[in-house]
Write a protein that binds this ligand. Sequence first.
Ligand code: NAP
Length: 288
Amino acid sequence: MKVAFIGLGVMGYPMAGHVKAAGMDICVFNRTPEKAEKWCEEFGGIWANTPARAAEGCDIVLVCVGNDDDVRQVVLGKDGVLAGMKEGAILVDHTTASASLARELDEEARNLGKRFLDAPVSGGQAGAENGALTVMIGGDQSDYEAARPVIDVYSKFNKLLGPAGNGQLAKAANQICIAGVVEGLAEAINFAIKAGLNGEDLIETISKGAAGSWQMENRYQTMLNDEYEFGFAVDWMRKDLGIALEEAQRNGADMPLVKMVDDFYAEVQSKGGGRLDTSSLLTRYTRN
Ligand code: NAP
């Protein structure tokens, strides 16, 4: 299997590392070439100076960049991966982007005799480093089956959820759940502080009951320490909630909670907290 990986960020860097460690032939591209050089020193693959060159001759091309515009920049045009990919090769986009972009790229790829899967991920930096991501996939069954041996190397669970775009719609639902859970956790911790409870004892106890969650287990300690540099950034969350809200406008879903939490994140951003992790919702209550 010959693979290309485009975008060696927090997520892409370790994901590409798992592909190499699984013994696959890999060529990487990163906009800032120093990161690609560093990756090659660490893992031993090769790097190319354009996405198109990285994709040449590959069976599978994996992309994990920032947003819709970034995906367009590395996929389309003369230096984009679609220009370099051979016929029949599969483009797998792991970026969290819109479902409409996924459908557009699916059509574009198909018109060129190439194939496309939208495959956003959940599980954060730790999930990427441990090869334990959850991957939500949209596209054709046969393309999913062909790409699965690669996706399996960095995921603990992956599933085809319907046609192109459905992976991104599932990721939007994932982010809707997280928004509510994190705000609930922030309010509970603030309540506990004000009530004079011991935060450690509280979480040790209630995490064993129905209130327990991934956010509670992985973020309560840093929240209690007033530290917010441990994961998914507010800027990224606002991008994702924007995608969910735009989709909801189209499908008529009412999302009062998402609108409220998105406003709260906007407030954190306006105070310079765009790169803080999403649990920084607590600062709205504790840092006055
Ligand atoms: P990141 O650390 O900021 O990395 C972004 C990567 O994309 C970098 O390699 C960057 O290149 C590249 N890139 C961005 N815009 C580009 C452009 N226009 N042209 C070429 N390359 C471009 O981001 P990340 O945390 O890995 O997240 C990547 C995606 O995964 C996002 O869609 C995010 O929402 C999603 N995600 C992230 C997490 C998380 O916990 N971080 C969890 C789940 C999903 P440079 O190195 O040159 O900047």
